[in-house]
Design a protein around this ligand. Structure first.
Ligand SMILES: Cc1ncc(COP(=O)(O)O)c(C=O)c1O
Length: 387
């Protein structure tokens, strides 16, 4: 059919050679998916069964990232979300309804706790916070209508490692699902699904992406039924991911092992060194006995990553602790950990209900890929500036 140039802008006959092969996953963009015939049109969300139907459910770039995370976490399938927090809220939307009860640890990532207490309660879900060291005692706070038990191990900022097998056992006996924020282990140092967890999520933003330049989340499930319930909700909530971000995360994933090994070693060196400093009361690093739940880390994890906290001695004022963070040069001040740059953030727990008595004395560190002796020198200079 003859075509005007304006039509050719859209329907081209231009051809390029075929057969390009490279080591990078192509970045497939697309909202519209083309069907071969009128009869083939289909809006099914499950691309594994229906083939590709709509960009919302992921292009091959997103599905490859999801499948690779699933392989690492030993799950049935993985779904991606636009960020870690979107993954958390999608799990809650998918598995809860009015009249249900949810259990959330006091040590959980704060926006996870707030989503439960500020949003889920508006939809008639009852929310109870429980102490992270509850273990098998979780049975005593379960109710007939408890449907979901959240865990995060280690917890955000205060780093308590949880007894996951004991919690999973009690939850399953009461008919509840267990969801775990598995971001700290990068999904590789804790085989959560083998421990009994039904749903794991990660902020892919952190270690998998690894370069502080994108936001993504993942949800990995153990069972087909859970996958179907999740997929039906994702279709209606409509949170899509960018193929460009997925492509960067796929690139980040290739160096995950070497990055994790480096940050693990540097973080352990710094944690042990800080534990011996006169200014520090306690180091909250899961691989050190001073961390609550250290015995569960030893039993259940195969490694540690680069995020831990230090608690200053009681005589240090809030101004001094903030002064320590401000005096750091290599450590930048910022929230989103897991990148190549070391970070430090001071937290104030005064007024935080049911949290440990660390007051304003806690600083969370995320160790990056700088030379460890330079990081130690930076920390030492900042500690000595407190005199
Ligand atoms: C443990 C944990 N879970 C979830 C999130 C949320 O991830 P995102 O920033 O991708 O929304 C964060 C972010 O800081 C986190 O630290």
């Amino acid at each position: 059919m003859p075509k005007d140039w304006k039509t050719r802008l859209i329907h081209t006959d231009a051809r390029v050679p075929e057969g390009f092969r490279s080591l990078a996953t192509p970045t497939y963009r697309g909202s519209t998916v083309i069907f071969p015939s009128a009869e083939a049109v289909n809006e099914t969300w499950n691309q594994y069964e229906a083939g590709y139907t709509y960009g919302l459910y992921g292009t091959p770039t997103a599905l490859e990232l999801a499948a690779r995370i699933c392989e690492l976490e030993n799950g049935y399938r993985t779904m991606l979300a636009p960020g870690g927090q979107a993954a958390i809220s999608l799990i809650d939307f998918a598995f809860l309804k009015a009249g249900d009860h949810i259990l959330v640890p006091e040590s959980v990532y704060t926006p996870n706790r707030r989503f439960a207490s500020q949003v889920l309660t508006r939809f008639g879900v009852q929310v109870t916070h429980y102490p992270p060291d509850v273990g098998a005692g979780i049975a005593s706070v379960m109710r007939d209508n408890t449907r979901l038990v959240w865990c995060e191990s280690p917890g955000s900022i205060t780093m308590e490692v949880q007894d996951l097998p004991a919690i999973c056992d009690a939850a399953h006996r009461a008919g509840a699902l267990v969801a775990l924020d598995n971001t700290w282990s990068a999904g590789v140092y804790l085989d959560a699904i083998a421990q009994g967890v039904d749903i794991t999520m990660q902020a892919v933003t952190k270690y998998i992406a690894g370069h502080s330049d994108l936001l993504l989340g993942s949800i990995t499930v153990k069972h087909k039924l859970t996958w179907e319930q999740l997929g039906r909700t994702q279709q209606l909530v409509g949170c899509a991911v960018s193929p460009d971000d997925c492509s960067l995360a796929l690139r980040g994933m290739k160096t995950l092992a070497v990055r994790l090994k480096a940050v693990e070693q540097s973080a352990l060196t710094i944690a042990h060194w800080m534990a011996g400093r006169p200014e520090i009361e306690r180091v909250l690093h899961p691989a050190l006995p001073s961390c609550p739940g250290h015995e569960f880390w030893k039993r259940d994890f195969t490694g540690s990553t680069g995020v831990f906290s230090v608690v200053f001695r009681r005589e240090f004022t809030k101004q001094q602790v903030e002064g320590f963070v401000n005096a750091l040069e290599l450590f930048k001040i910022g929230y989103s950990w897991g990148g190549v740059t070391s970070l430090a953030v001071a937290y104030d727990f005064h007024g935080a209900k049911n949290r440990p008595d660390y007051g304003h004395r806690l600083v969370r560190l995320s160790i990056g890929l700088e030379e460890v002796e330079d990081l130690k020198a930076d920390l030492l200079r900042a500690l000595e500036s407190l005199k």
